[in-house]
Design a binder for this molecule. Structure first.
Ligand code: ADP
Ligand code: MG
Length: 288
């Protein structure tokens, strides 16, 4: 039989804005002393808007560069892609589309070989960024930067802004007060990560983490002797959610994340993570 306090906590959980998929993990939530949040879509709204387009050469106008990039991005489901597509009125046809997980997209548009990629991808390919200062300034303001390559020539950069959820500030503050370390994991670049981490007062962060490395980072934090909860929303986050002592998915996130998680937040509110941990503590204290 299900102990009374546990069944009570199930309905209470729903009231507090989360669902319990794995009761053992929920029990473990009372011991959590470190929380790793995914950045995009979890601590931030995950809704990108184009703020700046920088040209490195004079082969294309800003409008044309953005239109070419947007055409390619019509084929991607990434939130960055959505932001770029929304910035234009019309797009070209795309062929030979390819997505490089955690790094960007490539394909043919208007007879040209196009790539819209991360800073990490450029580094990996040893491609120099001209006018570094300009892009670094945008990144230090918390903007995400993607680069546009046309026929192997680095033509420009697109900056996109996302917003930190206002609930994230409160959630981090409360968790820290409860003695829980708050960290962040992201595939986005180091400067953006630093901006968000500083803004929220996070204790640690990992940037430019490729999707298949996310669960390794969770392991690394566990090896510090910490009981870790991971909060994420994306398909990419599923292995990290599985690795964590408590995996928490945002309900509006991908099906894969939701199916892997131990707890599901009904709304996209990081504050409900606090509610979940506090309820776990209260529930299992009563049982002993
Ligand atoms: P996150 O951990 O923030 O959800 P991802 O691992 O999905 O990030 O992506 C990491 C980085 O890869 C992005 O910040 C971006 O630079 C690049 N990227 C991924 N998908 C795309 C895309 N469709 N277009 C351009 N860049 C992309
Ligand atoms: Mg994400």
């Amino acid at each position: 039989a299900i102990p009374l306090v546990v069944s009570v906590s199930t309905s209470k959980a729903a009231n507090e804005g989360f669902l319990i998929r794995n009761r053992t993990a929920f029990e473990q939530a009372r011991n959590v002393n470190a929380i790793i949040f995914d950045k995009t879509g979890t601590l931030t709204q995950g809704e990108f808007g184009v703020t700046d387009v920088k040209l490195f050469k004079e082969n294309y106008s800003r409008e044309e560069l953005l239109k070419l990039a947007a055409s390619l991005e019509t084929r991607s489901e990434h939130s960055i892609a959505q932001g770029i597509v929304e910035a234009v009125d019309e797009t070209y046809e795309v062929s030979d589309f390819n997505s490089i997980t955690g790094k960007g997209v490539t394909g043919k548009v208007e007879g040209k070989q196009l790539a819209v990629v991360s800073p990490g991808y450029l580094e990996e390919q040893d491609i120099e960024i001209p006018d570094r200062e300009q892009v670094d300034k945008l990144a230090s303001e918390g903007k995400t930067i993607v680069y546009v390559l046309i026929d192997d020539s680095l033509e420009g950069a697109i900056a996109l802004g996302d917003q930190i959820r206002k609930e994230s500030y409160e959630a981090v503050k409360k968790l820290k007060e409860a003695g829980i370390q708050c960290m962040m994991l992201t595939g986005d670049n180091k400067q953006v990560a630093k901006y968000v981490a500083d803004e929220l007062g996070l204790e640690d962060y990992f940037a430019e983490v490729l999707p298949d490395e996310k669960s390794e980072k969770v392991k690394e934090v566990q090896s510090r002797g910490l009981v870790v909860a991971m909060v994420g929303d994306g398909v990419n986050d599923a292995p990290a959610l599985a690795q964590a002592d408590v995996g928490i998915a945002i309900g509006a996130g991908s099906d894969v994340a939701v199916e892997t998680a131990d707890l599901i937040l009904v709304k996209n509110n990081p504050n409900d993570v606090v509610a979940a941990i506090l309820l776990a503590k209260a529930t299992y204290r009563k049982m002993i």
